[in-house]
Design a protein around this ligand. Structure first.
Ligand code: HEC
Length: 116
């Protein structure tokens, strides 16, 4: 009897927690986890792009948006980059990136792609 109650309680709790975060996701799909994330282009975004993207998006690349080798090229297609890493289609063949890195890119784009 006690066991049944406990199981019921944990199922309810799990559902409750699940629903709460789903709701947050729906209300604020892209920015809800950016509080306190101060993503820098030079220190955070650039190393991710360098390590994971430039093998295929180097100088002269004709893949998708082409080269991603400087701030202008990257910020010009920031929304496409965000979409591609969030969906996991990029980095091609090796995606998705770890969620912490996807978050950095999302938060950098959401904060207006600062050149910082
Ligand atoms: C193994 C090679 C490879 C790697 C690594 C790679 N890409 Fe790509 N990327 C491609 C190719 C090829 C395309 C063209 C579309 C296709 O063939 O899938 C593409 C397309 C894209 C597109 C356009 C997608 C669209 O249709 O909107 C974006 C944006 C992009 N890449 C960003 C990135 C980013 C950001 C990274 C690193 C996190 C990355 N890519 C890593 C090969 C790569």
């Amino acid at each position: 009897m006690m066991k049944k109650v406990l199981i019921t309680l944990s199922v309810c709790l799990a559902l409750l927690v699940g629903c709460t975060s789903d709701k947050e996701e729906l209300l604020n799909p892209s920015g809800h986890d950016c509080a306190g994330v101060n993503a820098s282009f030079v220190n955070d975004v650039w190393p991710i792009i360098q390590a994971n993207c430039q093998g295929c998006h180097g100088a002269g690349s004709t893949n998708g948006p082409g080269p991603l080798t400087n701030y202008t090229q990257i910020s010009n297609v920031a929304a496409r980059i965000q979409a591609a890493v969030e969906s996991g289609i990029m980095p091609k063949g090796g995606g998705p990136l770890p969620s912490a890195q996807i978050r950095i890119i999302r938060c950098w784009v959401n904060s207006g792609t600062p050149n910082n």
